[in-house]
Design a protein around this ligand. Structure first.
Ligand code: KG4
Ligand code: ZN
Length: 329
């Protein structure tokens, strides 16, 4: 089976070819136009997708050596995401699917992030804990099987990705903030500044990052670099405060569920310090991260889940619409 995956939920225009669980091509065009605004401008993002989709899909077809007539199906992100950007991908997919006479399968973007971990480890077995950490989500899930999910906890306010993005804005770094903070923290001492870790109560699996962001804002109000505290110390300390909370909650989730494996999904999973810290603190457990190119938004994960749904016969074709607020359950 050969499936074309299309992803346009935010500011990455992406297409990929997935065949029998293997990714044959994975093209992502990140819209750099937003970085000067410090965040994604929805109207501009939709126009950029509309402009780029044809080229990105053509490249994915070309790099995988696939001809249009060889495609068995198209899968496309239905939500969650920005309504206008999702519409561009869905309209493109429906037009192409109708023209080729093949099914068009809607995929939940969050399921895409979770199942990208099967691309990292084909032998991954249910059940497992999933830490879903992206620009819009910070959630802990018990994943029992495909479509059997139990929410263990989530953020009460900002998502971890937002803590990176908003922190970057306070620090005059560009968007997206995660990779910028990660770079700027290099060489800094993460123990220099004590930023708060909101752990809520002892067994809670909920998160809260808004106090941390406010604390950085106040700290930077009268911060001047000195010999003993450099800017990269502050940035490394801020990053560590986010990571410490994520690691502690994953530890708790594994203890509470008794599961042996945790997968990390979403853009923040690309963070190397998070990867190192989780692997070292939880060294008796199996911690799985997707390959870097499958952490942030991509269409490989959409093609992969689309193919699974087709194989299970579990999908609606063509008569579906955009769902900007789609949840996992
Ligand atoms: O999954 P994703 O690409 O898009 C959403 O579905 O939201 O996640 C984007 C988020 C952004 O907040 C971005 O700052 C963060 O992931 N991110 C990172 C890193 N790369 C992306 N955060 C920390 N470290 C990174 N290396
Ligand atoms: Zn995402």
């Amino acid at each position: 089976m050969i499936v074309l995956g299309i992803e346009t939920s935010c500011d990455e225009t992406a297409a990929a070819i997935c065949s029998n669980g293997k990714i044959l091509s994975n093209i992502v065009s990140q819209q750099l136009v937003h970085s000067k605004f410090g965040g994604v401008i929805p109207e501009i993002a939709s126009r950029e997708h509309e402009l780029l989709l044809n080229q990105v899909v053509n490249r994915a077809m070309f790099e995988s050596g696939t001809k249009l007539k060889e495609l068995n199906a198209i899968s496309v992100t239905q939500g969650p995401g920005l309504a206008g950007t999702l519409l561009t991908g869905i309209s493109f997919a429906k037009g192409l699917g109708l023209g080729l006479g093949i099914p068009v399968v809607p995929v939940n973007h969050l399921e895409g992030h979770i199942f990208a971990n099967f691309l990292a480890n084909e032998k991954l077995e249910f059940p497992f804990v999933c830490l879903l950490v992206s620009g819009g989500h910070t959630q802990l899930w018990a994943i029992q099987n495909m479509s059997e999910y139990i929410l263990l906890g989530e953020t009460r306010d900002d998502a971890a990705g937002e803590a990176f993005d908003k922190g970057a804005r306070i620090l005059d770094l560009s968007y997206p903030g995660g990779p910028e903070i990660e770079k700027a923290a290099i060489g800094g001492n993460p123990e220099k500044v004590h930023f708060p870790r909101s752990l809520i109560s002892k067994d809670s699996l909920e998160f809260s990052f808004s106090g941390l962001k406010t604390s950085l804002l106040y700290y930077m109000d009268d911060f001047k670099e000195t010999k003993s505290i450099k800017l990269n110390d502050v940035i490394a300390s801020y990053q560590k405060a986010i990571i410490d909370v994520l690691v502690e909650k994953v530890y708790r989730a594994l203890s509470i569920t008794g599961f042996k494996t945790c997968i990390i999904a979403g853009g923040v999973a690309a963070n190397q310090s998070l990867r190192k810290e989780l692997s070292s603190v939880l060294d008796s457990k199996e911690i799985i991260f997707p390959e870097l190119s499958f952490c942030t938004d991509n269409a490989a994960m959409i093609g992969y889940v689309g193919e699974l749904k087709l194989k299970n016969g579990n999908y609606e074709s063509i008569n579906f619409s955009v769902k900007p607020n789609l949840k996992l359950i």
